[in-house]
Design a binder for this molecule. Sequence first.
Ligand SMILES: Cc1cc2nc3c(=O)[nH]c(=O)nc-3n(C[C@H](O)[C@H](O)[C@H](O)COP(=O)(O)OP(=O)(O)OC[C@H]3O[C@@H](n4cnc5c(N)ncnc54)[C@H](O)[C@@H]3O)c2cc1C
Length: 284
Amino acid sequence: MYDCIIVGSSVAGISAAINLKIRKKDFLLLGNKDFSPKVQKAELIQNYVGMPDISGCELSGALKEHLEKMKIEITEARVNSIMSLGDYFMLSAGSDVYESKTIILATGVEFSKKIEGEDTFLGRGVSYCATCDGMFYRGKTIAVVGSSKEAEKELWYLAELANTVYYFPLYKAEETAVKQENITIVSERPVKLSGKERVTEIEDKTGKIWNIDGVFFLKDALAPSALLNGLENDGMHIVVDRNMRTNIPGCFACGDCTGRPYQYMKAAGEGNIAAHSVVDFLTN
Ligand SMILES: Cc1cc2nc3c(=O)[nH]c(=O)nc-3n(C[C@H](O)[C@H](O)[C@H](O)COP(=O)(O)OP(=O)(O)OC[C@H]3O[C@@H](n4cnc5c(N)ncnc54)[C@H](O)[C@@H]3O)c2cc1C
């Protein structure tokens, strides 16, 4: 059982990890070794204290160096559900399960809006987790909607299972490295899902219908309510107090996932506070 598990390995999560390391806590940092597309994609950052006019790539390099210096590892994992079990938390990431006394959510914010029918068919052909549900679509036809290039790792896995994949990248289609023969790239945005018992069709912006057995939405971050049941949120953001405490004891949140302004310095500052609050929580 860990003292703390941090979900999200970008500025907020890394800031929390650095401070937990200094306070000698036993923690796990879960996320993505490439940090976040929101760090890599920034052309010019002018408001990061002490680092004027750096690019997102340079910030990534600095984060990497800092983690290496402090011997902090990122464990590559996509958490798809968290359960609060009274005095500890259980986190599932595909087939892996982790347990921790506290958690810090630093998952960023997802901008892509839900499409018509997404909520209606959730669990009836709509999935957010390739590892959890991919095997149900062995030999079938699926659509995959990817919010960023990060989604392509899960796309490869799904393409190994499914017979036919229609891939809807919500980023520039020419940025995809998709080559598999059974994947068709659809550069028009998906707008609607239809079906009876289960989803059977996905419609793109031009009105073209693609027949499917299921659809995966591979988003950069899940809605807070989808990750942890009972977590107070305003639909898009997790509600926290000044100490980054959520309404669930032992669960803290920081960074973009707690609300605007969406900024690196706010994310780093909140990560710092969340780590201190975890230390206080564990002490008390
Ligand atoms: C193009 C661009 C330029 C920007 N320029 C600036 C700027 O100049 N100055 C500025 O202050 N801000 C800028 N921003 C905003 C800044 O990028 C964000 O405020 C910042 O990245 C927020 O950090 P975060 O750690 O909260 O979340 P994010 O950077 O969004 O990272 C979230 C992390 O959580 C992980 N994650 C999400 N869900 C899960 C899950 N279920 N399981 C495991 N891991 C998960 C993701 O993989 C990622 O690692 C820019 C943003 C963009 C897109």
